[in-house]
Structure formats: C-alpha cells, structure tokens
Design a protein. Structure first.
Length: 276
C-alpha cells in the first residue's frame, strides 16, 4: 500500500491533481462570493458559464471550422439564460428565443449541417435547463442549501478520485470512462454522505434526511459525469476545452453540479406541489 501511494505521488496524474487543487482553490472562493451576492451578478455569472458550455458542446458537434458561428451561437444561448435570470417579460423572452432559433436553423441549412441541429438542440437542454434551475434555486432556497449541494458534488469528485487511485479495482463503466472504478464510486458516495452529515449537524436539521439526500446527490453527480464522458467519447474528445488548468473545460468541471442541481430542483418542485 505504501509503495502504491509513493508511486501515485510521483506520477503525472498526481501532478495534475495538484494543478486541479490549485485551480479549485482559486475558483471556489470567487464562485462562492458571486453566489452570496446573488441578484443580477449571479444571473450574469451563470449565463457566462452556460454560454461557454454551449460553445464547448457546439464545437464538438459542428467542429471548429465555423468559429464565428459557434461564438455567436454561444452568446445567444447565454443571453437566453441571462434574460431568464433577469425575469424579463415572457413575451420578450419568447420572441428572442424564436428569432434566435430561426436564425440558427437557417444558418445550419446554409452550411449544410442541418443533420446536426437536432443533436445540438437536444444536448443544449442538458445545459440550459440546469442553468435556469440554478437561478431558480438561488431565488427560492436558503444559501446554505445551495452550498450543501455544491459541497456534496465537490466531495464526491475528491472522494472518487482519491479512493479510486489508491484502491483501484473493477471498472465502473469501462466503455464510457475507463478510469472510473467501483471503489471510486464508493469513495465519492461516502465523502458526500459525511459532507451532508456535517452540514446537517452544524447548520441544518433532519440529519438522516440530508445524509440520504447527500448519498443520492453523489450518485446523480456520478451519472452526470458519466453522461458527459459518453458525449466526449462519441466525439473523440479527452476534454471539452482547456479553459481551466487541470480540469479541462467548464463542462468537465460542472457536469456533476448540473445533474445535482437538476435533481434537487425536481425534488423541491415536486414536494412543493404535493403540499399545495
């Protein structure tokens, strides 16, 4: 075991882990401050993240030959997310979305890539919907709930990486993501459960409820990670981009967060409707 740990610490993957940790140490406080501030600043922040993820996804689907089109496309979807966060009139938002999609469809027909429009529109839902749900959660839930969700996903990533590297073992989904193991999944779920327990003890009540939800968040986050890995494998990508040192693209970093936010938003909406 000791020799294995020494081997890991001297490996390229461990150096990448240090770079990832440094990037996380810089990004997390900035993102946390923006979440606390909220309001239009938070809406702008989420719209920028959404636009970058749309650009990463569109570049994979359409290729890099139409860079100007991809940038305009990404900005357009970012504006849609921003307008949603700013709570503009539904008529104005609908008009903008309609004009944008019509223009996008015409362009796809002109460049003779109409076959890719369906794939893109379906995949874009996996970005736009979580972004808008995150805006909704920021307005309807206490801040501590948001930080609990995000902390559980971060703990899942760290726990899965550390335990998976140290223990190794059987692969979780070798055809989709060869590096993920069942031991890593267990480590991620365990780390998320302890994170949920910590939040429930110090800041929230109903300990058992939040521990169980933390377990589910870990599983959902891993599913989101696998879904994004499946997307990258389909388009022969190692990373969606190289924007964040050690992490790759925004999609690579936020795949689990988007899945977890969607999961909690659905639970929150369902329970609120049942209480009516």
């Amino acid at each position: 075991m000791i020799n294995r740990i020494k081997l890991i610490m001297s490996s390229e993957s461990f150096r990448n882990f240090l770079v990832r940790s440094l990037s996380t140490a810089v990004i997390v406080p900035i993102a946390g401050c923006i979440i606390v501030i909220g309001g239009n600043y938070f809406s702008l922040f989420i719209s920028i993240l959404g636009a970058v993820m749309i650009w990463e996804m569109a570049r994979a689907i359409f290729g890099s030959a139409h860079s100007r089109f991809l940038i305009i496309l990404s900005i357009g979807f970012g504006v849609v997310i921003l307008l949603t966060g700013l709570r503009i009139g539904i008529l104005l938002l609908s008009t903008f979305v309609l004009l944008f999609l019509v223009s996008f469809s015409i362009y796809c027909l002109v460049i003779k890539q109409a076959d890719k429009i369906t794939k893109f529109l379906i995949c874009s839902l996996f970005i736009v919907i979580p972004c808008t749900l995150f805006l909704w959660l920021r307005e309807t839930m206490e801040l501590i709930i948001l930080f609990w969700i995000l902390s559980c996903v971060i703990a899942t990533d760290i726990g899965a990486y550390v335990v998976g590297k140290i223990i190794g073992g059987a692969k979780l989904a070798p055809k989709i993501s060869p590096n993920k193991t069942w031991s890593g999944l267990f480590g991620g779920v365990t780390a998320s459960a302890f994170t949920g327990l910590g939040f429930s003890v110090f800041w929230m009540e109903k300990h058992f409820k939040f521990v169980c939800l933390s377990l589910l968040i870990a599983i959902v986050a891993q599913m989101g990670d696998l879904l994004e890995s499946r997307f990258k494998r389909k388009y022969s990508l190692k990373e969606t981009s190289n924007i964040i040192p050690g992490h790759g693209g925004i999609m690579d970093r936020l795949d689990g967060h988007m899945a977890a936010v969607t999961f909690i938003a659905l639970i929150s909406f369902t329970t609120s409707q049942m209480q009516l």
